[in-house]
Ligand binder design. Structure first.
Ligand code: ADP
Length: 277
């Protein structure tokens, strides 16, 4: 304990033996940033459509009149700039890094906006990757953002831990697909969120079914979904079910996700906009 101790552990970073309050690891955002809500988009494994859900959700939130940003925390597999057709690089000034703005006004930050060659792999150790994500929070100027979506790498490694400790995350949305062991993924997410003291807003199921082009019948090609039972078991709302649709993959490949029209994520958009309202 230092001589100048005020006995207010909440504002002190020292880990002395007299500490009575847990130390906060929250990192300050850039002084020029203004962010009302931070939402994490998580999944148990890669390829389930987490980035797609982040992109569609951001598009929907922006259309609902809320200024939206995406912090692409998936450093080794960044797919957000491509989905939005962004090829330009982020710039900076003395105040910080300036995100790239999409055609509908969504602010983006991703490692691919900083790499000279977007095909260059990021071959960094975990702590460097986690530090980069933290800098996307502390150094980037997120101006007048109503909702910042954080596209997390899959799983529960260094980066999710850093994000949950360093950013004031208001809630997470779990993206699953019917091929996954959904029950286990959801249970892991519930336990992690509880350990980190962060609420789960709900679950989105991607690749739920295919709509027959002739009769419109929904065909559950991975078998019947158990999402509703699992959601009920953990008292979590289902915030949307997205079909497998080649037109989605085409929109992402062409960088035209903002032109894509669908109403699958309306419950997710409403839940995010209603959070803390
Ligand atoms: P993740 O972020 O979970 O790794 P992505 O969102 O990058 O997954 O999706 C992986 C690939 O699958 C992308 O090429 C995406 O366009 C495609 N994809 C995802 N969901 C669908 C869907 N419902 N219908 C068609 N293609 C999809």
């Amino acid at each position: 304990m230092s001589d100048s101790c005020s006995h207010d552990c909440s504002s002190c970073g020292s880990s002395c033996s007299d500490r009575t309050a847990p130390q906060s690891f929250l990192a300050p955002c850039n002084p020029n940033s203004s962010i009302k809500k931070v939402i994490g988009i998580v999944s148990g494994k890669g390829g389930v459509g987490k980035s797609l859900v982040t992109g569609l959700l951001a598009t929907g939130l922006q259309r609902s009149g809320k200024k939206t940003g995406i912090l692409d925390a998936d450093i080794t597999g960044p797919s957000i700039p491509k989905a939005f057709g962004i090829t330009e690089k982020a710039t900076g000034n003395n105040d910080g890094i300036i995100p790239v703005t999409t055609k509908t006004g969504i602010d983006l930050m991703s490692i691919n906006l900083l790499l000279e060659n977007t095909s260059d792999p990021v071959i960094w150790r975990g702590p460097i990757i986690a530090g980069t994500v933290k800098q996307f929070w502390t150094d980037v100027i997120w101006k007048d953002i109503d909702t910042l979506l954080v596209d997390m790498p899959p799983g529960t490694g260094d980066v999710p831990l850093t994000v949950f400790q360093s950013l004031p995350v208001d809630g997470i949305i779990v993206v699953t697909s019917p091929q996954e062991l959904v029950s286990m993924i959801v249970e892991k997410a519930v336990k992690m969120a509880k350990a980190m003291n962060i609420p789960i807003i709900g679950i989105v199921e991607n690749m739920s079914y295919v709509s027959c082009p002739d009769c419109g019948k929904q065909i559950p090609i991975f078998g019947e979904s158990h999402l509703n039972e699992i959601a009920a078991e953990y008292s979590l709302p289902v915030l949307g079910r997205i079909p497998i649709d080649p037109s989605i993959a085409k929109a992402v490949d062409e960088g035209a996700i903002e032109d894509y029209n669908s109403d699958w994520l309306v419950p997710a958009i409403d839940a995010v906009n209603g959070l803390g309202a």
